[in-house]
Design a protein around this ligand. Structure first.
Ligand code: PAF
Length: 284
């Protein structure tokens, strides 16, 4: 496995591989790898000749109240995990390498951003899109792997790839869950014992919504009400949002039809958890 820290070397190696017809699978990360990343690496390893992992804590996607310096970093540990998952290249640039001066152009995301978690993080997805334009041009991947736990990010990347015509296939990867259905997250450790027994009800509420839609419910308000009632009855937590949109367009719907997302964010005492379900809904 090779660790590359400069853009010039990374791009040169990737262009050479691509010219030979080698397929490149790319997993973009900010490091401090967890099981979700491991699933992405495994899938990328399975589907491509070469696997590239990038580790870059992107300052552009942090808001003024979010602490960039406090973001966890452990390159040695990440290195070992990447090695164990058959990664061929780690791209590990410094902030100075990625942003050597004041940018003359940044990307502004105009759709899919002012809903769900994006609503409370203005500018976040502009930062994600800007760094991905750079990373996509540097890494020249055939396929890029993103976890559906952050389904809004997947929707934004889908828009970026289509609108800017990147010759990259976006591979969204299912959220991995504990046996009781709770979406795996590094934040789950902040749940106390009682909250930990309640937290799987979030996934259960989405499954109930799915069953209700399968029975014929097409009114988004009714579905949101059902999810809200289930969470309030089973969790000692505050609902931040429960929203339903088309997917990946993230447009409001009067009636449920086509591909949709039901997404929620809930605050327990020390952890804010998110979860979602994406469904194909037939017209009634
Ligand atoms: O999901 C992340 O870790 C980041 O948003 C990404 C895609 C690596 C861009 O910085």
């Amino acid at each position: 496995m090779k660790i590359i820290t400069t853009i010039a070397e990374m791009q040169e190696q990737m262009l050479r591989l691509k010219a030979d017809g080698t397929t490149i699978g790319y997993v973009p990360t900010m490091g401090f790898l967890h099981e979700g990343h491991m699933t992405l690496m495994k899938k990328a390893r399975h589907e491509n000749d070469v696997v590239v992992l990038s580790i870059f804590v992107n300052p552009l996607q942090f808001g003024p109240t979010e602490d960039l310096d406090a973001y966890p970093r452990d390159f040695e540990r990440d290195h070992k995990i990447a090695e164990a998952h058959g990664v061929d290249f780690i791209f590990y640039p410094s902030p100075e390498e990625m942003y050597p001066g004041t940018a003359s152009i940044t990307v502004s995301v105009v759709e899919r951003t002012n809903v769900l978690c994006g609503k409370s993080r203005p500018g976040h997805f502009d930062g994600v899109a800007t760094v991905l334009v750079k990373l996509f041009n540097i890494i020249q991947a055939n396929r890029a792997y993103f976890g559906l736990k952050d389904a809004q990010q997947v929707a934004v990347v889908d828009g970026l790839i289509k609108d800017f015509n990147f010759p990259i296939q976006l591979i969204p990867v299912e959220t991995i869950r504990e046996e009781d259905g709770l979406a795996k997250s590094s934040r789950n450790v902040y749940l106390n014992d009682e909250e930990r027994t309640q937290a799987p009800e979030l996934h259960k509420s989405l499954q109930l919504a799915k069953a209700e839609i399968e029975k014929g419910e097409r009114d988004p308000k009714q579905v949101i009400e059902l999810v809200n009632t289930h969470i309030n009855n089973h969790c000692n937590a505050e609902v931040d949002y429960i929203e339903i949109y088309s997917y990946p367009g993230l447009k409001e719907l009067e009636t449920l039809a086509g591909k949709i997302i039901i997404a929620l964010a809930v605050r327990f005492s020390k952890a804010r958890l998110i979860d979602n379900i994406i469904l194909d809904v037939e017209k009634n």
